[in-house]
Design a protein around this ligand. Structure first.
Ligand code: KG4
Length: 339
């Protein structure tokens, strides 16, 4: 049976549509919203307005690049949550209308599960190693930091998560303090390559179980800079690369510390990373090196599938389609984290 899924993602500030045919990605179009740059963070109302402008062109382009007619679609999969409510409403409403007009099933997708299932996207002529179940996934993005036990395509259990800020938020907020553009994670990553990761020490939290906390790090970074700038107003400019390298090392240390404990205690050596922060070169290098030393099978996603994209929504929809796991048009979006 031929299965062709249109995936739609609009949970935050990227409007994206993708086509997956029998598990293979045919197109993945992403319209990012530069309007937020000048505010140093995502402005929810502006994000939903931009989604409204982008959604139809993005879906048309995804169909065009995939060389697929609307009539060939088997179902429409959309991100139901978590995310910004105004943003989610745009993708959700579009998906519902589109599926109804075409008289095809509608599939709701959890954004966090989609980040994890991005590991199963196949591309034409690309060989990719995929995780075996059960595996442990470190899911790190701008809104979430979790350790998830992935038992199957649909059975996932959060075994640890942040009690305050996400890792991506720590990158972005500290970057803002240093005057770097938004989102700051990729800028810190780039500058860190030229810096000394041992130049400065920052706060590492002691949090129970497998949970994370990043708000203390952000505050300690802010106070550290405030004191240094009082002595030398050019401190940030003169030490930017070292600051980025040291901050990045601290965030990676915090993430790895709990991940290592989970792997050891659950004795599962299939380990994946997912989400926007999994694009970070420091995290990738560390997890690959650590895994090689400890005999883990490590899976890092292709950079294009780390940040928000509809390919991951379409592949999740593809698996749900096979289970006939459809939803009704009355299903509302949700903003809070559930998996
Ligand atoms: O997954 P994502 O696109 O959106 C959410 O669902 O949150 O993640 C965005 C986050 C931002 O915080 C961004 O700074 C971070 O991922 N990010 C990075 C890198 N690339 C993206 N953080 C560190 N290093 C990177 N190379």
């Amino acid at each position: 049976m031929d299965i062709t899924i249109l995936g739609i993602e609009s949970s935050c500030d990227d409007t994206s549509a993708a086509i997956i045919h029998n598990g293979v990605l045919l197109s993945n179009v992403i319209a990012s919203q530069s309007v937020h740059e000048m505010y140093g963070g995502v402005v929810p109302e502006l994000a939903s307005r931009a989604h409204q402008q982008n959604i139809i062109p993005v879906v048309s382009e995804a169909l065009r690049r995939a060389k697929i007619e609307k009539s060939q679609l088997s179902a429409v999969a959309f991100t139901r949550g978590p995310g910004l409510m105004g943003s989610l409403l745009v993708g959700t409403s579009f998906a519902k209308g589109f599926a109804q007009v075409l008289d095809i099933p509608l599939i709701d997708v959890n954004h966090l599960q989609a980040h994890i299932l991005a590991h199963f996207i196949q591309e034409p002529d690309v060989e990719r190693k995929m995780p075996n179940f059960p595996f442990i996934c470190l899911l790190v993005s701008g809104g979430n930091s979790q350790i998830v036990l992935v038992k199957s395509y649909k059975e996932m259990e959060i075994i640890g998560q942040t009690i305050d800020d996400a890792a991506g938020e720590a990158f972005d907020k500290c970057a803002k303090v240093m005057g770097l553009p938004y989102p700051g994670g990729p800028f810190i990553d780039k500058l860190a390559k030229e810096g000394d990761a041992k130049a400065f020490m920052f706060h590492k939290p002691h949090i129970e179980a497998y949970n994370y906390s990043f708000s203390g790090l952000k505050t300690s970074f802010l106070y550290f800079l405030r004191d240094k700038i009082a002595e030398n107003p050019n401190f940030i400019e003169e030490h930017k690369a070292d600051l980025c390298a040291s901050l990045q090392k601290t965030i990676v240390d915090i993430l790895m510390d709990k991940l290592v404990k989970v792997v050891k205690n659950l004795n599962i050596k299939e380990v994946a990373v997912a989400g926007g922060v999994s694009a970070n070169s420091g995290l990738r290098d560390r997890i690959l090196a650590y895994g090689a030393k400890r005999g883990w099978n490590v899976y890092v996603p292709k950079p294009a599938f780390t940040t928000d994209n509809a390919a991951m929504v379409a592949i999740t929809g593809y698996f749900k389609f096979q289970d006939k796991d459809f939803c009704g048009v009355e299903l509302p979006p949700f903003s809070k984290v559930v998996i």
